[in-house]
Design a protein around this ligand. Structure first.
Ligand code: FES
Length: 571
């Protein structure tokens, strides 16, 4: 690409007053004049924040990206965007994914940027950055922050999935308060995001499978110096991508999305993958729907023995050969001739990548589980679908009929779940309403609601649970999630009552609520649906404009993109 064609030259290449203003204030950072004369300007979109502990090492990592950009002849400019820390943000980080994506989109478009490195880590920081970048469609690549090293507690290896186990043990008095506190520091002992195949690792895996990162991005631990090397190489590569005009839309085609769905199945990725991939597809203009997740997951077995579907951790995946080695084992399921951000095809990136530990990565013949990926169930309770993660569910509950025990909202659940008089047993189906995109609002990760204490004491480990909410990628259980339409949008879930029978049949992909049309109409008459009252500010905007789960829960007005052209000067 000639220097004149660089987008940044519409700022820095100007003569007269405009050019003076665009350059002069930048020079107060000690930037030599030749940096403004045709070097590709690389935006480093950083989600560093001490309130996002999973991304707290990103300032240092960004320095390695910069080093690479400068080595390749580029001009790096780091800028902050809204950072979404999964553990601290109330009511749920998902409420702000779309807002952060708007910050990313507008920050990129409004500034003299030719290419972007997206620094992603904790769960929502990946989809928000990728969604925003897609709507601008410049050459862009992702460097993820990497997973934590696995935790060690009382001689055992632990990770985020143990939070749920510890919580149950604590509830039962098997773990003291002091042990509980000690486990906190034992689990989160290094920089990085969750060490299991939770949502953050699922997202890092997703970007590598989509071809949006350099190979091995998914699993190199944050604390491993090879993560820094990858960041430096990413900095070098983005400069080349600008010269090649390798935009996001050239990488993100329909085949790339199909690859990502299949790799997600093989790695036992989070159900949150569904929501985020649908939203990303909507931004880049690729047709994708909920049924595609079931269709392209089918027949792909579980090849990664990583928690919560397996027993090991992300760093083990890296030592065993990493995602390229896993993808190599399943190449017959993949489109191998499509381009990725390093300029090579998927097939070239995964060639000659052996497995070093067959306890962590299996072949197709020796798969860890036959049922993997995302199962999409439909029926009169979820006309637009709901999702289940079979690899994290109990096979004996794949087909189950039980009486509903209904919680009207999360407060109702907390107030009554441990009531010894609650009419519930292990055959019951727990139903939680009003935790969907509009209802919570923000679609909280509460769908894998904890089992009542009295059943835990009986040794019950899993039950069928149904909601319009999400589940943490680190969670597990026979949990039906993302019921669409949600109860707060007037979906059928709104009228489920205690004692109704519900049947789940995973093999037939159905969820059936045994209530007649007449009975449903009578219930609707007796209790008419009432939409939420208008709320001011961002939350009001969110409730008004968020789409349903089966559409990716993006704002309706953010679908597609506006490109990178800005026609007016600022002075
Ligand atoms: Fe940040 Fe799990 S809390 S990745």
């Amino acid at each position: 690409m000639s220097e004149q064609k660089l987008r940044s030259q519409q700022w820095f290449g100007k003569t007269g007053k405009d050019g003076f203003i665009y350059r002069a204030w930048m020079k107060n950072q000690g930037i030599p004049d030749d940096y403004f004369q045709g070097k590709p300007v690389i935006g480093i979109c950083n989600t560093w924040s001490e309130l996002t502990p999973c991304n707290a090492h990103f300032r240092e990592l960004a320095e390695f990206v910069k080093k690479g950009v400068i080595e390749a002849g580029g001009f790096p400019v780091e800028f902050p965007v809204m950072s979404l820390g999964e553990t601290l943000i109330k009511p749920t980080a998902m409420l702000y994914r779309n807002l952060a994506s708007m910050d990313v989109e507008e920050s990129i478009r409004a500034n003299p940027i030719d290419g972007v490195v997206l620094m992603c880590g904790c769960d929502k920081t990946t989809p928000s950055l990728v969604m925003g970048a897609c709507s601008v469609d410049l050459p862009s690549l992702v460097i993820s922050g990497g997973p934590m090293m696995k935790g060690k507690f009382k001689g055992k290896e632990i990770g985020t999935s143990d939070v749920w186990r510890f919580a149950e043990a604590y509830k039962l008095g098997e773990l003291s308060q002091a042990e509980f506190i000690e486990a906190e520091a034992c689990m989160a002992r290094t920089p990085g995001h969750c060490a299991v195949m939770g949502t953050a690792s699922t997202m890092a895996t997703m970007v590598e499978a989509l071809g949006l990162s350099l190979p091995q991005n998914a699993a190199i631990p944050a604390a491993d110096v090879r993560r820094k090397v990858l960041a430096q190489q990413s900095g070098r590569r983005i400069v080349e991508m600008v010269k090649e005009d390798l935009k996001l839309s050239k990488v993100l085609n329909r085949q790339a999305f199909e690859n990502a769905i299949r790799v997600n199945a093989a790695t036992g990725g989070s159900t949150n993958f569904v929501i985020h991939l649908l939203a990303i597809a909507g931004r880049i203009g690729v047709e994708l729907d909920l049924d595609d997740f079931d269709k392209f997951s089918k027949q792909v077995p579980l090849l990664a023995n990583i928690q919560p579907s397996g027993v090991h951790f992300m760093e083990d995946l890296y030592y065993a050969g990493g995602l390229p080695a896993l993808m190599n084992q399943m190449k017959e399921f993949l489109h191998t001739d499509i381009i990725t951000v390093n300029g090579k095809t998927v097939g070239e990136n995964i060639a000659n990548t052996p497995i070093y530990d067959s306890n962590i990565i299996s072949t197709l013949e020796t798969a860890f589980k036959p049922d993997s990926g995302i199962a999409v169930v439909k029926g009169n309770l979820a006309p637009n679908g709901a999702v289940v993660k079979p690899s994290a569910a109990s096979p004996e509950l794949f087909k189950h009929r039980g009486k509903a025990v209904v919680f009207e909202n999360i407060e109702d659940y907390h107030a009554r779940v441990d009531d010894p008089n609650l009419d519930i047993d292990e055959t019951s189906v727990m139903v939680l309403k009003n935790v969907g995109p509009k209802g919570y609002p923000g679609m909280a990760e509460v769908g894998n609601m904890g089992i009542p204490k009295k059943l835990l004491e009986k040794g019950v480990k899993d039950m069928v649970r149904i909601s319009d909410g999400r589940m943490s990628g680190t969670g597990f259980g026979t949990v039906v999630l993302h019921v669409s339409p949600e109860s707060a949008a007037g979906g059928p879930l709104n009228w489920v009552q205690n004692g109704d029978y519900i049947s789940l049949d995973l093999d037939n992909r159905s969820i059936h609520w045994e209530v007649s049309d007449e009975e449903l109409e009578a219930r609707k008459l007796a209790q008419p649906f009432q939409a939420q009252a208008h709320i001011r500010g961002y939350v009001g905007l969110f409730i008004d404009r968020v789409s349903q789960a089966h559409e990716g829960a993006d704002f309706d007005f953010l679908k597609g993109g506006s490109g990178s052209v800005v026609t007016r000067d600022s002075h």
